[in-house]
Ligand binder design. Structure first.
Ligand code: ZN
Length: 374
């Protein structure tokens, strides 16, 4: 059964019931915006006995009786969009919880990372998108060794293999989080490579767009994420300038016409590109930015050294802009440029010529709210 916390339990001071519930979450937040309830797992007999009571006062007394027995419980904290499930020890309550709230709600739950049985149960109820965080969407504290899962409205099927790979990937990072940073190993799909390769040749202006993860697979025990262009996100910029988009993974191109106009053979990322990416890291949690050129692909990310301590460069834009201003004829090859630029330490740049863009690459990135997401 579902009992409202603020308008029943606290209002009528059901102190014996409160004693049976540890740490009601969300007590410090703005209660006017959120709804708090507790789901009580009780026996059929207990439920029947309670339903036979004539008045609401009788029922309140019944709930507050020392002998009122609860098998399990979980807390719900909800607003109009999201419902957080806290202290869920018995995932058999999930069908009841799902039925109890509006079908347009997204569920969030955190579960102990090594609690395989409950994780399996949640995944079978279509919870997915695992991540770690110390703060819930509604700003409640989240226990250290837990993994969060989401269930978006209407999720009726999902690729279980993919979800389990996601869980393994996120858990592995938690275990090895000494470095306090997140990482992902990714690969572009062949279709995306074909598409990207044509952009600098065919389009006379800069093109930008977002990329997305479309799946994952395992190669030699390593989980690799498959990256594609998000076709709906593509925008055209001016001749040589397009704003970096605010997505986790994104790209822009350096068109052939700009090489001809500027008389250069290679067009590695400009200092503007680095600053644009850095701002996207702070404001949109960007993970990497791809610069698509005639010679190949440059992938910009934060270096592992800085990913754990990114705040120190937050107001250093002018300094970084100068540091990364590297004229296009400074180096004879992209490889020479890469050796130089990676010595500057703030960013890590991976270069792949068009002959080896099928290889996987590993990117490091800062944690968000003390955790990692994909
Ligand atoms: Zn650029």
């Amino acid at each position: 059964m579902l009992v409202d916390i603020d308008s029943i339990i606290l209002k009528y001071n059901l102190y014996n019931l409160i004693d049976k519930l540890s740490d009601i979450p969300g007590s410090t937040m703005d209660k006017s915006l959120n709804h708090r309830a507790v789901v009580l797992g009780i026996s059929r007999d207990t439920m029947d006995n309670m339903n036979m009571l004539a008045t609401s006062q009788n029922r309140l007394d019944f709930l507050n009786n020392v002998g009122f027995s609860i098998n399990s419980y979980a807390f719900l904290i909800c607003n109009n969009d999201i419902c957080e499930i806290h202290n869920l020890n018995d995932t058999n309550m999930i069908p009841f919880i799902i039925k109890s709230v509006s079908p347009t709600i997204t569920f969030w739950v955190s579960v102990e990372m090594n609690d395989v049985k409950n994780i399996n149960n949640l995944v079978s109820h279509r919870f997915n998108s695992p991540f770690t965080s110390r703060l819930s969407p509604l700003h409640n504290n989240v226990h250290d060794d837990t993994i969060c899962l989401l269930k978006a409205p209407g999720t009726t099927s999902s690729d279980l293999g993919k979800v389990y790979n996601d869980i393994e990937h996120i858990s592995t990072q938690y275990i090895s989080m000494g470095a306090d940073i997140c990482n992902i190993t990714a690969k572009f799909t062949p279709e995306t490579i074909d598409h990207l390769r044509k952009i600098p040749v065919q389009d006379t202006t800069e093109i930008a767009g977002a990329m997305k993860i479309v799946g994952n697979h395992k190669e030699h025990e390593k989980i690799i994420y498959d990256i594609e262009i998000n076709d709906e996100s593509i925008v055209k910029g001016d001749n040589e300038l397009v704003e970096v988009l605010n997505d986790r993974y994104n790209f822009h191109s350096h068109p052939r016409d700009a090489y001809i106009r500027n008389g250069v053979n290679y067009a590695w990322p400009s200092s503007h590109d680095y600053i644009g990416f850095l701002k996207a890291v702070f404001y949109s949690k960007s993970v990497f930015h791809v610069v698509v050129t005639l010679e190949g692909i440059y992938i910009i990310s934060i270096s592992p050294e800085y990913a754990g301590n990114i705040e120190i460069v937050k107001y250093e834009y002018e300094y970084i802009k100068k540091l990364y201003q590297i004229p296009y004829n400074t180096f004879k090859t992209p490889e020479e440029y890469i050796v130089h630029v990676n010595k500057l330490k703030i960013f890590n740049v991976i270069y792949m010529s068009w002959n080896n863009t099928m290889e996987d690459f590993t990117i490091y990135y800062p944690k968000t709210n003390g955790g990692c997401s994909i």
